[in-house]
Design a protein around this ligand. Structure first.
Ligand SMILES: [Zn+2]
Length: 113
């Protein structure tokens, strides 16, 4: 059970979303406070990924990349390796199951009524 709570409000002006994280020790809470960055809710962390009436589709491409620790997915054009497993509605894919250089193209689209 979490005895120590860290409550953070989204830093985006006018947003009322909060994050509530719990820690079992005061030491863990202090460590989290020291390492924390400004909190932004999902809506404001990656606003270009948010689908709405003005933005009805997105495409994101990940590339299977081999490192000393195995194969991982990496967002095309970025340096940071992501997970070795990606999933969403309608797909599951392990980087270890495909050749290095395989591109995972995830397209999302909403159709307004
Ligand atoms: Zn927000």
């Amino acid at each position: 059970m979490s005895k120590y709570l860290l409550n953070e409000k989204c830093k985006h002006e006018g947003c009322n979303e909060w994050s509530h994280s719990g820690y079992s020790t005061q030491r863990a809470l202090r460590k989290a406070q020291l390492n924390r960055k400004d909190y932004y809710c999902l809506r404001h962390k990656n606003p270009n990924l948010l689908l709405n009436s003005e933005n009805t589709n997105n495409i994101q491409t990940l590339v299977c990349t081999k490192s000393e620790h195995g194969k991982f997915w990496k967002i095309e054009g970025k340096d940071r390796l992501d997970s070795g497993f990606q999933h969403g509605n309608g797909y599951l894919v392990y980087a270890k199951d495909v050749p290095e250089g395989t591109r995972l193209i995830v397209e999302s689209r909403i159709e307004l009524p």
